[in-house]
Write a protein that binds this ligand. Structure first.
Ligand SMILES: [Zn+2]
Length: 171
């Protein structure tokens, strides 16, 4: 992966009309199951319906094509708790996020480890990875990243420590 300051030709240079930009490549991931254990009580709950969500992923830097991931997932209904829940897809993205975990991780790395300002990180993500993330969103991720990252994934416990070390973890 190229460093943040490295020169790379921009495949979209000279393009003036949005429709001439390289087309987004869409790949489909499936997280559909017939039955899933309820996260509250463990009851094996049947699928109620199928849903989909779109996530922006890191694009292809060679072709300049952005990449979206469409996740097809099952929603289940627990007859004990009388609650709906979705099939687990936390390996792909956090709940409610419009970006894959890979995008969030890279954005955090650019800011926390490479020390890029938020606006530069926004530009680097677009220039090098063809994914547009508003810098305010990156800022939210960095400020929330410590606690969330630790709670969601214990294999990366150093994030909050790193943020504190760099003085980035402030409200
Ligand atoms: Zn339940």
């Amino acid at each position: 992966m190229p460093g943040p300051g490295e020169y790379r030709p921009d495949p979209t240079v000279g393009i003036k009309r949005p429709e001439d930009l390289p087309k987004t490549k869409v790949s489909v991931r499936s997280r559909t199951y017939r039955r899933r254990p309820c996260p509250h009580c463990g009851h094996r709950a049947y699928r109620d319906r199928l849903c989909r969500r779109t996530l922006h992923d890191l694009g292809n830097t060679l072709t300049g094509r952005p990449r979206d991931v469409v996740v097809l997932y099952s929603q289940h209904y627990c007859t004990h708790c009388r609650k709906y829940f979705n099939a687990n897809m936390s390996d792909l993205a956090d709940p409610g996020s419009h970006y894959t975990r890979r995008v969030v991780d890279l954005a955090l790395r650019l800011v926390v480890e490479d020390g890029l300002p938020y606006r530069s990180a926004e530009w680097a993500l677009w220039r090098d990875h063809r994914v547009f993330v508003p810098y305010a969103t990156i800022q939210n991720w960095v400020e929330a990243g410590g606690e969330k990252g630790e709670a969601a994934d214990r294999s990366r416990p150093s994030r909050l420590g790193t943020l504190r070390l760099l003085g980035l973890h402030r409200s």
